[in-house]
Design a protein. Structure first.
Length: 336
């Protein structure tokens, strides 16, 4: 049986999220983080159903803050980045059972064993699939959902910085990683970008902050800007060079659309950045992290032009960036 990971723009049954539950990650900003999760859930719920996972002790609080149309289910979790800890839903693209779903359940080690504990998050993929009654396909390879973007037609993009990092799969060769992704997600071609953002230390450079497919053959990519002294100039220049010299599975050169540099702002006197590419594509909409920054309008306009048939909505995400992520990091699509 052939399984493939659908592109994010394909139709969804709904969206999966997980309620913030690690106080030491958010410090005094936990309530603000929860408010931004609510804003994201409300925005997505205007396009498709949303299911919010909550740790049993947090479920009542989640239900009190979320609108009634957001379903809350109780599953033990350590953290709330469901894109990375949760399953990747796949569909059968061949044979008599075309469209049947399964869940690719990769190993999770808390981004290279950075945040303890993670034993519940290591089990959340299995528990989510049990809840939805979806067949589980386990893999011993460590992979986070934020480290891969796909076009649904056999092409994927990832970063060397993350998925060749020795804290993920040190015993696997690059060819073995590619083979496992071919088997689990239906990828025939994997494009390796050198870098994530220089500030992206927690995840070791996830691709969903620097590049994403918007349709087959077309990607939005984090621009390098025109200042060679910018900390991300060299990295993003190298990524853009790879993208512009790459072919997808169909042998078509990629069309690369640049998005402005991530916006920077201060929280508690420390600089943080918001990547506009860390958005979620919903049924009929795109939900984009914004940061009340002058770059917001230009980024939203570029994303709107890339998705002309969808409503583009910005949601406040400064505290999400403080916690280490964005809208895409806290969501996971459930394909129809």
């Amino acid at each position: 049986m052939t399984w493939r990971m659908p592109a994010e723009w394909e139709h969804h049954q709904g969206c999966l999220m997980a309620w913030p539950t690690r106080p030491d990650l958010w410090n005094r900003h936990l309530d603000e983080a929860r408010s931004e999760y609510v804003a994201t859930a409300v925005a997505i719920a205007s396009f498709e159903p949303v299911v919010m996972i909550a740790a049993p002790d947090d479920a009542a609080g989640a239900r009190s803050m979320l609108p009634a149309e957001v379903e809350v289910i109780e599953i033990p979790i350590d953290d709330s980045w469901i894109r990375d800890s949760g399953p990747i839903f796949t569909v059968n693209g061949a044979g008599d059972r075309d469209g049947e779903r399964s869940g690719a359940d990769f190993a999770f080690n808390s981004w290279g064993e950075k945040f303890e504990p993670w034993d519940q998050d290591a089990l959340v993929g299995r528990r989510v699939l049990e809840h939805f009654g979806v067949r589980r396909r386990p893999s011993n390879m460590v992979l986070e959902g934020g480290s891969i973007t796909v076009d649904g037609a056999g092409t994927g993009i990832t970063t060397v910085q993350c998925n060749r990092h020795p804290n993920r799969n040190p015993a696997m060769s690059r060819e073995e990683v590619e083979s496992e992704l071919a088997s689990m997600l239906g990828l025939d071609t994997l494009i390796w970008l050198p870098w994530g953002l220089i500030e992206d230390l927690d995840t070791d450079g996830h691709v969903d902050n620097v590049c994403t497919f918007v349709r087959p053959g077309v990607v939005l990519a984090h621009g390098a800007g025109d200042n060679p002294s910018h900390p991300n100039y060299a990295r993003m220049s190298a990524n853009l060079a790879v993208l512009r010299s790459s072919l997808d599975t169909a042998g078509v050169p990629l069309d690369v659309i640049e998005v402005p540099q991530a916006s920077y702002f201060d929280i508690d006197g420390e600089p943080y950045r918001n990547s506009y590419l860390n958005f979620y594509v919903a049924n009929g909409g795109v939900v984009v992290p914004i940061a009340d920054h002058p770059n917001d309008a230009a980024a939203l306009a570029i994303i709107s032009a890339a998705f002309p048939d969808r409503a583009v909505v910005g949601v406040p995400s400064r505290v999400l960036a403080y916690g280490g992520g964005g809208v895409h990091c806290i969501t996971q699509q459930i394909p129809s």
